[in-house]
Design a protein. Structure first.
Length: 333
């Protein structure tokens, strides 16, 4: 299990506080960012660059020291924190972008005792709604907290065009909105804590299902002798059109600048899609909603995960798996 080590460095924190203004005495809040992965790093970079005029300080933490070293090297003035608790002790606004529910729970457990009263916590991880509500409740007596999962992928994170689906009180949403605007272009209030996650898992359940459907449709047409570019053109001007056909087509060579045209590298990896499908299926079970198509797609992504050579590819590699072309990815002994 992903684990953090709590190592609050008083001397570093005191030095940072001498450099930066405090929440109670300044209009220039210190910002903290936890999780500098494939999505978090460009999000943090946009936040750093676009909020410079209002920034008194920028504190970052990740379990991988190299990610922190790279960020602080390329963002002059960003400060390394020793732990999530150290971030919470310094920052007035804390954004987290973490892999899964256990990671978020672990980080919030560490931050809770150290978080500054009146701070704003924004979790942009994709997790189950129950965990989102629980971690928010654990800190709401001291801070404003929202769940704000994103849609838009690495490209959107880099370009600063993400969609944020936000759960929390209206005052907390209003407070979070300017910070989210620095990282995205569409900020939507979805209701109370946890509802941002509800919107996200519903969106990604549909995305995973339509990608599987688009892949099997394209595969059928190609095997029956249809030119894939022509078939995609017809679909995209007809009733079958969807994001997986007109923006992120899974057939290599049909579209430029998408993972399918670069050996399915980059983008949204299969493990992340299968994780999101699992979150949706678990939520559906909790509320007794029938999701047979999502269940079939989930099993398909599980099969891909079990195929050597495909397990780290973009989720559109489902086309290669269905077409039988995946053997070119299998590792040689």
């Amino acid at each position: 299990m992903f684990a953090f080590h709590v190592r609050v460095a008083p001397s570093a924190r005191m030095a940072a506080r001498r450099m930066y203004s405090s929440a109670s005495g300044s209009s220039k809040p210190v910002v903290g960012f936890i999780g500098l992965g494939q999505m978090g790093r460009p999000m943090a970079s946009n936040l750093f660059n676009k909020t410079a005029a209002n920034r008194a300080g920028f504190v970052v933490f990740d379990v991988f020291d190299g990610a922190v070293a790279d960020f602080t090297k390329t963002h002059d003035g960003a400060v390394r924190a020793s732990s999530p608790a150290d971030v919470a002790a310094q920052a007035d606004v804390v954004i987290t972008m973490l892999p899964s529910s256990p990671h978020v729970s672990s980080v919030y457990e560490q931050m809770a005792p150290a978080v500054r009263k009146g701070a704003l916590l924004i979790d942009s991880s994709t997790i189950d709604p129950a965990t989102a509500r629980r971690v928010a409740k654990s800190v709401l007596d001291k801070v404003d907290a929202v769940d704000a999962p994103v849609s838009g992928g690495v490209g959107g994170a880099t370009a600063g065009t993400l969609t944020f689906m936000v759960g929390g009180t209206k005052p907390a949403f209003d407070r979070a909105n300017p910070w989210l605007q620095a990282m995205g272009k569409s900020i939507v209030h979805c209701g109370d804590n946890g509802n941002g996650q509800v919107a996200k898992i519903c969106n990604n359940m549909l995305l995973g299902s339509t990608m599987a459907a688009a892949a099997e449709t394209m595969n059928l047409g190609v095997k029956m002798g249809m030119d894939p570019k022509l078939l995609a053109q017809i679909i995209n001007t007809s009733s079958g059109r969807c994001w997986s056909t007109d923006t992120y087509n899974p057939v290599p060579g049909v579209m430029a600048n998408v993972p399918s045209s670069r050996d399915f590298e980059g983008g949204f990896a299969v493990p992340l899609m299968q994780k999101d499908m699992g979150l949706a299926l678990s939520a559906a079970q909790d509320v007794k909603a029938s999701v047979p198509m999502a269940a079939a797609a989930d099993q398909l992504y599980k099969n891909i995960l079990a195929t050597p050579g495909l397990e780290k590819k973009d989720f559109s590699v489902v086309y290669e798996w269905l077409s039988g072309l995946f053997v070119r990815f299998v590792r040689k002994p």
